[in-house]
Design a protein around this ligand. Sequence first.
Ligand code: SF4
Length: 334
Amino acid sequence: MGLIEDDAYQVTLHEKYVKGSLTNLTPEALRQAVSPDFPKVLNIEPTSACNLKCRWCPREKSGRADAFFPWELYERVIAELREQERLIMINFHKDGEPLLHDRLVDMVALAKKWNVSELTHLNTNALRLTPDLSSALVDSGLDDITVSIDASHPETFAKFKGADALERVERNVLNLLERRAAKNALNPYVRVKIIKFDGLRDGEVDDFLAKWTGKADFVQVAGMHTWSKSVQFHSTSLESRRRYPCPIPWHSLVVCANGDVTSCTGDWKVENNYGSLITDTLAGLWRSRKAREHRRRHLEGGIVPGSVCHDCSFWVPSGDMTDFLTTKRDMYAE
Ligand code: SF4
C-alpha cells in the first residue's frame, strides 16, 4: 500500500483507486463494484522468487518455497476471466520479482488480448529489465509499471536492497523509457518509487525527485509499512485510531505462484488461505466458506491478535465501510 499523507507525491493508479494506494478502491468504486459472484481486482504472482534482499521485505521469513506460476494454470485463469465482467485491475505481482518469470510478457499479452481487465499493472525492482525485455513489455500492451528503486545513492541501495546495482536499475528504467519513445507508444506508464524509511540519507528523497522528475512519468514517494509488524521499520503509512473492517476481501483475490489463493498482497504468510486454484475456480474460492469466514471476522470484530490482519494497516485508506459491507450478507454469511 505504502500510502503517505503528502498528496504531491501520489498519483492515482486507476480512477477507482484511492490516490497513492496500490490496493484500495475508493468508497464510491467499492459500492459499485462489490459482487458476491466474482472479485473486481486480481493479483497474479508470477513467482515468489526474488533477486534482491530488501531489508523491509518479509518474503524470506514467510517460509514459502520459490514457485513459478504454471502456464497452464494461467491459461485457465484467463479462460475463467473471459466468462466474467471485466476486472478493474489485474496486477502481476505479490511477493516475488515478476520479471524472473520467463513467460511474464506472454501473461500480460494474453490478458490484454482478451481484454479481461480495465488496467494491467506490475511492480518490479527492474534488475532484470533488459532492453529486450523492455521492448517486449511495451509490445505486450502493459498499461502501468511501478519500479521500486528506493534510493538515489548507490550506497543506500546496496545497504538496504542487498546488491550493488543502483546504476544498473537506473539504466534499465531509462532504457524502458527510450524503447517506449522509439515505438511511439504511450504505455506502459512508468512510475518510479522511493520508500520513505529511516535508513535514507539526508536529502535522499530530494535527490531522487531531482534525478527522476521529467524522466519518469511520475515520481512516487511512498510510506513505509511494516508487513503486519513483521519487519522492524518505523511505519510512515496512514494509521487509524479506530479499527474498522478491511474492505479488500470484498473486492480482491490474490493467486500465489503455487496456486494458493488469499485475500490480499498484505498477507505475506498466506495465512488467509482460501484454498488452491489447482483444484478450484476463482469464482468457487470467492464464494468459499473460508472467504466468507474471513469477511465475517472483519465485520464482527473477530480479528485474532497476532494474525496478519490484526497488525496490518492496508485497511485504513478506504475508510469505514461497515454499513455498506454489512448489506452484502451473502458474502459473509455462515
Ligand atoms: S487487514 Fe487482512 S485482509 Fe486486509 S489487507 Fe491486511 S492482511 Fe489483507
